[in-house]
Design a protein around this ligand. Structure first.
Ligand SMILES: C[S@@+](CC[C@H](N)C(=O)[O-])C[C@H]1O[C@@H](n2cnc3c(N)ncnc32)[C@H](O)[C@@H]1O
Length: 239
């Protein structure tokens, strides 16, 4: 059987294969550790409770899944869903939070066609993953489909700083310093030129809000983090 894969999917696959083993370290270095704070804020906004069923779409090495699993305790379940086995394995083999990781289920699959029935989850989240999809609208539609009525969706994604001076500095950092650090640490400059390019192509917070409302989410709000470098969108599926 011939498997068709488009150019963007191939690029994303190569990128995450190249960075999987150093992904967590690079995230911490490149964001000066701030991504941990962003992720904690984002998961808190989901208002998870013990016993909830949670989907972590494009979950990668599992930072968001771990934060969620801590909140939903042993009677809840977090499913980490990712297309890239290398990324999931890098997380599974990590020694920190090993006990919590044991309670996370790992499913390999494409976020554009989520392999779960309708209304399976109380909450669905995606962190720094949706911009990698060829069709991000399909990813959000699928999140909507697998949520139970009244379920909450959270999307944490990079965006552009609001302050023009800060934006210039951020451009300098992300287009020049980030790829250089990527090359020194992971040996792949290309993998880290992909990141700023994909961020620039991502819709503004207002456009993303409109897209989510069009899909059917209600009570859509967003919150900018660190002058807008990252943005959290929250939406609710109609009860
Ligand atoms: C930048 S990482 C984010 C990982 C994690 N959510 C975090 O916040 O650290 C993006 C993840 O999206 C996954 N991904 C990319 N395209 C995907 C797709 N079509 N379906 C599912 N996962 C995908 C990649 O394999 C990668 O693990």
């Amino acid at each position: 059987m011939e498997i068709c894969i488009n150019e963007k999917d191939l690029r994303v696959l190569r990128h995450f294969n190249a960075v999987a083993k150093q992904y967590d370290l690079m995230n911490t270095l490149l964001s000066f550790g701030i991504h941990h704070l962003w992720k904690r804020t984002a998961v808190n906004l989901l208002n998870l409770k013990p016993g909830d069923q949670v989907l972590d779409l494009c979950g990668g090495t599992g930072d968001l899944a771990i934060l969620a699993q801590k909140k939903i305790a042993l009677d809840g379940r977090t499913v980490l869903y990712d297309i890239n086995r290398e990324m999931m394995n890098a997380g599974r083999q990590a020694t920190h939070h090993a006990e919590i990781r044991q309670n996370i289920d790992y499913v390999q699959g494409n976020a554009e066609i989520i392999s779960f029935p309708d209304e399976s989850f109380d909450a669905a989240m995606v962190g720094f993953g949706i911009r990698n999809l060829s069709r991000m609208d399909l990813g959000f539609q699928e999140m909507y489909r697998v949520l139970k009525p009244g379920g909450r969706m959270m999307c944490l994604e990079f965006s552009e700083p609001v302050n023009p001076v800060f934006r210039k500095l951020y451009d300098l950092y992300s287009f020049h310093i980030m790829p250089l650090l990527g090359e020194i640490i992971t040996g792949s400059r290309q993998a880290y030129t992909y990141l700023p390019e994909s961020i620039r192509l991502f819709p503004s917070p207002d456009k993303l809000k409109a897209m989510l409302e069009h899909i059917g989410f209600s009570q859509v709000t967003y919150r900018r983090l660190t002058n807008g470098i990252a943005v959290i969108h929250i939406g609710v599926k109609h009860a």
